[in-house]
Design a protein around this ligand. Sequence first.
Ligand SMILES: CC(C)(COP(=O)(O)OP(=O)(O)OC[C@H]1O[C@@H](n2cnc3c(N)ncnc32)[C@H](O)[C@@H]1OP(=O)(O)O)[C@@H](O)C(=O)NCCC(=O)NCCS
Length: 168
Amino acid sequence: MTEPTGGLRLELLSLRHRRALEVFERVNREFFARHIGDRGDDFFTRFDVHLAERVAENTSGRSLLCVVTDASGEIVARVNLLDIDQPEQTELGYRVAERAQGRGIATWGVTCALDLAVGRGVRRVHAKVATTNPASRRVLEHCGFALVGPTDPPAGSPKSFLGCRRDL
Ligand SMILES: CC(C)(COP(=O)(O)OP(=O)(O)OC[C@H]1O[C@@H](n2cnc3c(N)ncnc32)[C@H](O)[C@@H]1OP(=O)(O)O)[C@@H](O)C(=O)NCCC(=O)NCCS
């Protein structure tokens, strides 16, 4: 797929992303809180523990946790595929920096991550989208997901959600 803007890279999350990841999460905290819920103070006070746990998931092959970096090495998006060790139960999630919205980055990042997932043997990917999030629904459509129907919201969310699925 064509890269939306020059210099973007999809990389597996690793410890060398520590500084850039914390900047991404802090700078966009309020934006993400408004759209998908706040991570809570504990996420930031235990940031190193969180990162080490996520990197360990990549290392063990349980998850495929990715970041999209720009030409300067800053992180502009995260794309996460959880439970890739269960090839039909893999779950997709993604978030894009407020300053980088509307440039095709989510669509590009998810497409690249799904390509990686195919290489790891993933056969089916599930996603949840809030009925109040048309941009995310559009991303899923662009990436070949089919609507399955109403589904349970993620823990703690008061919103209504739709389930989507893509067979790889
Ligand atoms: C949803 C999100 C990931 C989209 O990221 P993005 O990089 O801007 O997405 P893209 O540019 O690849 O695609 C967005 C699409 O939605 C469309 N869109 C944006 N706002 C829209 C709206 N209010 N109504 C309908 N469509 C909308 C865009 O036009 C684009 O579609 P197009 O390519 O057909 O024109 C981003 O807004 C985000 O991080 N939101 C907060 C976290 C979140 O909601 N994550 C998803 C959880 S399921």
